[in-house]
Design a protein around this ligand. Structure first.
Ligand code: MRU
Length: 339
């Protein structure tokens, strides 16, 4: 990749500021837990796997500015930081998963002095980042077998390198297919209201030399009708035990179009996005966003004052509409979904 989504320097978490892309490439350094919280909340870093990795480093950062006289004091402080970080975005399971994994390191080593546990925490966060990179690559390698040469693929939101520590999930499939010499064209939904498709997917695919065409969300149907889409690939924020998929608002629209036109609808995820504790998508908490993101895009008002606004950040696509879920281990095609 030509850019780094996130990098831990030992004291701070350096993030490419995704609110400034595509025209400005700027980095933001987070050196407190509150900085990490704000960065996740404001979508400086976004995408389920990336916010999981960011939260893991947030837990390391939480140990940096305090002295701990005992390991139980350290655990108490980190439980508090963990709850705080988990509260910043509710839908992507990767965030809570990463926090719990970091807390597990403390709980499993309570007999050790705080300094040693802190060293272990940094090692664990780096392992979470490295595992994410490896899972992205595997998703790409497994998923590209589903992609025909000379395909046009529609994607929604950004499930690329900017959403992970590695080469992405949905876009990993495209990157690996491209590496293998397949001729792939991508259509990127702009992804209202925050334009992750226009701003981020188009930017990163352009950087990597993949042919990409931007469309407004409401143009997708006409492309399906014209027979111009061969497959859809999206990422996910949470997949429940029955295979229902929460992803960026508008994903379900695309699934309806794919089903109507007989086009395969693929979801690409690392294992860390599966939530076996929830039975179905009905149980997934859906983040509601600030209404002004809809009424004042880019700060410019486009609706009357005091208009009622509905702005969920995610929707749920039922398992019955999904052709396959591509994970870093295998391709799930119906039947029993999950790990
Ligand atoms: O609100 P965002 O930009 O964090 O939403 C991101 C998505 O919906 C992605 O498709 C999902 O997290 C998968 S990223 C590999």
């Amino acid at each position: 990749m030509q850019f780094k989504t996130l990098e831990f320097t030992g004291d701070c978490l350096r993030l490419i500021d995704q609110t400034k892309l595509p025209r400005v490439t700027q980095y933001l350094d987070c050196s407190t837990v509150s900085d990490v919280f704000q960065a996740i909340r404001a979508l400086v870093v976004r995408g389920a796997p990336a916010i999981g990795v960011a939260a893991a480093y947030g837990m390391v950062i939480a140990t940096r500015k305090e002295e701990f006289s005992s390991s139980s004091e350290l655990l108490k402080a980190l439980e508090k930081s963990g709850e705080y970080l988990k509260s910043c975005r509710p839908t992507a399971i990767n965030l809570a998963w990463a926090v719990e994994r970091m807390l597990g390191v403390v709980k499993g080593n309570l007999q050790s002095p705080p300094g040693e546990i802190i060293t272990l925490l940094e090692t664990e966060a780096r392992a979470i980042e490295d595992e994410d990179k490896a899972m992205c690559r595997k998703i790409g390698e497994i998923g590209e077998t589903l992609i025909e040469d000379n395909s046009s693929i529609l994607t929604h939101c950004n499930a690329g390198a900017l959403a992970t520590a590695g080469i992405g999930t949905a876009l990993a499939v495209i990157y690996v297919a491209h590496e293998k010499g397949k001729n792939i064209r991508v259509y990127a939904d702009e992804t209202r209201p925050l334009w992750q498709g226009a701003r981020l997917t188009c930017w990163e695919l352009q950087q990597e030399g993949i042919e990409v065409t931007l469309i407004c969300d409401n143009m997708a149907a006409s492309l399906f009708l014209a027979g111009k889409i061969d497959a859809v690939i999206v990422g996910a924020d949470r997949v429940t035990a029955n295979g229902d998929v929460a992803n960026k608002i508008g994903t379900y629209n695309v699934a309806v179009l794919a089903e109507k036109h007989g086009v395969p609808f693929y979801v690409a995820i690392p294992r860390t996005t599966i939530d076996d504790d929830l039975h179905s998508g009905d149980d997934i908490p859906i983040e509601q966003r600030d209404p002004t993101e809809v009424s004042e895009p880019g700060g410019r008002p486009i609706a009357p004052e005091n208009i009622k606004i509905y702005s969920p950040a995610f929707d749920v696509t039922p398992n019955s509409m999904i052709t396959a879920i591509i994970t870093d281990e295998k391709i799930w095609k119906g039947g029993r979904w999950g790990k």
